[in-house]
Ligand binder design. Sequence first.
Ligand code: RB5
Length: 146
Amino acid sequence: MSKTIVIGSDHGGYALKQVLIKALADWGYAVEDQGPDCLESCDYPLFAAKVVDRVKADDAALGVLVCGTGQGMTMTANRMGVRAALCTNEFLARMAREHNDARILCLGERVTGQGLALAILKTFLDTEFGGERHQRRIDLIDAVSK
Ligand code: RB5
C-alpha cells in the first residue's frame, strides 16, 4: 500500500499545492487533498487544522501545508501539537525529518519557487527519522510543553 500524504493550503499556496499534488501522484503516493479547491481567499488555520487532524489520526501519514509564506501554517500546526517544519531548502527538509521527526512540511508559495519546492518535498519524503538521541529530544519537546 502506498504511503498517504495529506495536503492543504490557503489561496496563497493554492497554485504550488496543485504542482505538489501532481508530483506526489507521479511518485506513487496516495494524496489526500484537504482543500481548498479554488483560489478564492480563505483562512489558513481552517485548512491547517484539517491536515493536522488527519495526520494525528494516522501515524503512517505525513502532511504538507502551503500558504503564502508558510508561517501561518507552521504556527497553527505546531500549536495543535504536530511537529511541523517550514523549509526553504533541502538541508532544512532533511534535518526536519532526520533530527526532528517532523510530520508536516510547510512551504511558502511566495518564498520558494516550484522547482526548489519539489526538491524540498522529495528530500522530506525520502529522509527517515534518525531515532536515538533525537527521540529523547523530541520527547522533551512534549515534556517541556505541558
Ligand atoms: C495570505 O495573504 C497570507 O497571509 C497567508 O497565505 C500566509 O502567508 C500566512 O502566514
